[in-house]
Design a protein around this ligand. Sequence first.
Ligand SMILES: C[S@@+](CC[C@H](N)C(=O)[O-])C[C@H]1O[C@@H](n2cnc3c(N)ncnc32)[C@H](O)[C@@H]1O
Length: 231
Amino acid sequence: MGEMYTKHAKKYADAIENNAYNALYERPSTLALIGDVTNKKVLDLGCGPGTYAELFVKAGAQVTAIDLAEEMVAITRERLGDNVTCYAQDLANGLPKEQDDAFDIVVCPLMLHYLEDLVPLFKEVHRVLKSGGLFVFSTHHPLVDFEENAFNNYFDVELLTEEWNTIGEPVEVSFYRRSFTNLFESLSEGGFVLDKFSEGKPDPEMKTESPETFERLSRRPNFIFIRAKAN
Ligand SMILES: C[S@@+](CC[C@H](N)C(=O)[O-])C[C@H]1O[C@@H](n2cnc3c(N)ncnc32)[C@H](O)[C@@H]1O
């Protein structure tokens, strides 16, 4: 994964608060699939610095937030205090602390590309969701990761390392590239059916603040956004 979410956690938190990719593209596109969370029990997986958790708490949800990085858990706790249940957990090992049928909505923005195999976590998400509950996530667009790197085979799951400038200096980040086939077969194996799919839309506000990024994201999506329902 690299040091983006550990050593640079605070800088990452500040960067995504108002930037184009997270604040004006990823979050509005994910939130559009989530809808109203008032009085809902929400589980936020890979919560990072608690940016989403704060939005859910403010909207009147009861929020549990989980992240691998202790640094991110600390920032989320500092931000939300007793209004959130937040703890560190490697989601590759599932959700051992969570009860069956406990949540109305599970959200997982921009975290799944750090897992090699999605099926174990998807099965766990299915277990902790109430019947009729929603699972909403965003992740890298498979075609973008495919286009930007040299590959042996599109259908393989591959660990890639890139330098990202998210925090204003280059930081190496490692993540898994996967095909649409792998993603949708994993969802199905986890017990989910697709409810809604989107490639996101940049917020019109980006047009004035970052016109070039607005133009690019309007033509070339960077992430995919999925809402799934328990089968
Ligand atoms: C790109 S950030 C997204 C943060 C937040 N979801 C958001 O969109 O604002 C990815 C987060 O996933 C966390 N993460 C990566 N691998 C993880 C794992 N195996 N288990 C739990 N969290 C993980 C990182 O620590 C980081 O905080």
